[in-house]
Design a protein around this ligand. Structure first.
Ligand code: URA
Length: 274
């Protein structure tokens, strides 16, 4: 049986970008989980992307799979791409190369010049290498990052449509803070994503799809069928299928015995085959 896989960073300028990336001098360890290494992207690096999506920061599943947006958040947004008929012509990068640590970690670094310089180098590369028709940002930090880049020469020739949406994990984080129920937060997310679907597909000149299909909006939640599986071709070679499946398989810390200190929890990922 043959397998498809992500060949990685074999071409310029991506090869140079992963040879020389910022470390703890730019991403302080107090605010980022730099010990798990940078995680750069997911999707096409061969010039065929028509839509670029900017996420926030990698989490547990991404730390292991070494590609971004592969866990629950990734599957929610993969389903969004599916509604657009986009099955292959996409590329994702995150606002931050490393996972944010602590509540304020991300916002405290939203305007860091050195973080922006490297991120803008990726955005410049992706804009120059692809015929982008759309850019979508997931959450406010990604929106801020996009606008900082949009004011630079690398984005000067922008002809793409731009949409910003609530982050895929908004229902989880907002309901955890106690200000909104999970159901109401999902309804808000769906409204936000439906607006983006309309904006990206509106005639004339809507996003070219890989697979023509009628646009079906979200209802008030994201159903299991509206999650998208992560394609095998998006991950490094040899990763088992369950790493792309819909069941969660990685958590921070240890289950038994439980990690007792913040440092122990930070240093430990527990992977359980679902
Ligand atoms: N959320 C993101 O925005 N990016 C990831 O890589 C994972 C979760």
């Amino acid at each position: 049986m043959t397998h498809t896989f992500c060949p990685g960073y074999v071409r310029a300028p991506y090869q140079g970008l992963v040879e020389d990336y910022p470390g703890t001098e730019t991403y302080p360890t107090a605010d980022f989980r730099t010990e798990w290494g940078p995680i750069f992207h997911r999707g096409r690096l061969d010039g065929t992307a028509r839509i670029l999506l900017i996420g926030q920061d990698p989490a547990t599943h991404e730390d292991v799979a070494r590609r971004i947006l592969v866990g629950e958040a990734g599957q929610r947004i993969q389903g969004f791409l599916g509604k657009l008929g986009i099955t292959t012509s996409y590329v994702f990068i995150n606002t931050f190369l490393y996972s944010v640590y602590g509540q304020a970690g991300g916002s405290a670094h939203a305007h860091d010049a050195h973080i922006a310089t490297y991120r803008n180098a990726w955005l410049d590369a992706l804009a120059a290498d692809n015929q982008l028709e759309a850019v979508v940002t997931l959450g406010t930090l990604a929106d801020t990052a996009y606008h900082a880049w949009r004011a630079t020469p690398g984005a000067a020739t922008a002809t793409w449509r731009y949409a910003t949406v609530l982050h895929p994990t908004y229902p989880d984080s907002a309901s955890a803070s106690g200000t909104i129920t999970r159901a109401a937060a999902f309804a808000r997310l769906c409204t936000s994503w439906n607006h983006a679907l309309d904006l990206l597909t509106a005639a004339p000149g809507g996003l070219t799809s890989d697979l023509a299909r009628p646009l079906v909006h979200y209802g008030t939640t994201i159903t299991p069928a509206e999650h998208g599986a992560i394609p095998e071709g998006d991950l490094p070679p040899g990763l088992p299928d369950w790493m792309r499946g819909t069941k969660s398989w990685a958590v921070r810390g240890t289950a038994q015995p439980p990690a007792t200190t913040a440092a122990q929890k930070r240093a430990t990922l527990t992977v359980t085959i679902p």
